[in-house]
Design a protein around this ligand. Structure first.
Ligand code: GLU
Length: 286
């Protein structure tokens, strides 16, 4: 196993819903990897999805982490304050001729797709090379051109070892969304560089996303971190814990005066509530 010395790690929740046990586990892994190796732990709020992001959840998230006994280093980072940096990167990709506007609806993509990628139906490239009005359009990466430009890439996961990057699995992914200033892939990759993150810690469900992030790093001359994809807390049926399936939120537990530090110790020691287990998880397409 690779060990990144004195890493800067991060916990990067999207305030789309209350945090639950799975988030607590992810935050503890990121926090403990930094603390145990004399590194830094950054908290980043991924709040650029205007339709889903709820500002009132941010103080709850901070209170949840404090309740678990987790302290972060430096100021809390908000993606919503970084929109200009996403726009600069987007202009650069446009100037390189690597992204193109697309006005296809989800339903159209679904109807036209003949294959499935890690994020769901693969976009068949309908708008590539077409004269599409860019106003209010999404922008997609021309994956074949982008991958050819940078050549073969590898990335390293501390647990899984060296991985050949396979961003082609995703096809022409959306990098600038109609309804949000940047996609998760673009914003998270730029921010990990901006925050000096040297060890990207996150759940196993985002393992494949790293293929795309590695490609974006190569295209945008960003530093290349190491990754640590941890297992996920799962429900009995192997699906990721989710609030909608009834797991109590951390805020609920906090309000019921549960001991957050004791919960953190239990999660560290692998003592999970009945019916919950740690595993790689089943793929659930977006
Ligand atoms: N914001 C993402 C989430 O809440 C995490 C992304 C990441 O860790 O790269 O699922």
């Amino acid at each position: 196993m690779t060990v990144t010395p004195r890493p800067t790690t991060r916990f990067a929740p999207s305030p789309n819903g209350p945090l639950h046990l799975g988030h607590a586990f992810a935050a503890i892994v990121a926090h403990d990897l930094a603390r145990s190796r004399g590194g830094r732990f950054v908290l980043r709020i991924e709040d650029i999805d205007a339709g889903r992001s709820r500002a009132e959840l941010v103080p709850e998230i901070l209170a949840d982490l404090a309740w678990l006994g987790l302290a972060w280093d430096g100021p809390v980072v908000f993606q919503s304050r970084r929109l200009a940096s996403y726009a600069v990167a987007a202009e650069r990709l446009k100037a390189m001729g690597l992204i193109y506007p697309c006005r296809c609806t989800r339903a159209e993509v679904l109807a036209a797709a003949t294959a499935t990628g890690p994020d769901g139906p693969l976009y068949p490239g309908t708008c590539r090379g077409r004269d599409v009005d860019p106003r209010g359009a999404a922008w997609r990466l021309d994956m074949t051109r982008a991958a050819a430009l940078v050549g073969p890439l590898i990335w390293t996961d501390e647990r899984a070892g060296e991985q050949p990057a396979q961003p082609e699995l995703f096809g022409d992914i959306v990098l600038l969304r109609k309804e949000a200033p940047a996609s998760y892939h673009l914003a998270a990759t730029l921010d990990d560089a901006a925050d000096g993150v040297t060890l990207v810690t996150r759940g196993r469900d985002l393992f494949e996303a790293t293929h795309v992030h590695r490609l974006l790093q190569a295209l945008l001359d960003l530093p290349v971190p190491t990754w640590h994809h941890h297992d996920l807390l799962l429900e009995a049926d192997g699906r990721k814990l989710a609030k909608r399936r009834g797991s109590p939120s951390l805020a609920d537990r906090r309000r019921h005066a549960e001991d957050g530090k004791a919960l953190a110790v239990a999660l560290r020691e692998g003592r999970f509530p009945a019916g919950i287990w740690l595993g790689a998880g089943l793929r659930e397409s977006a």
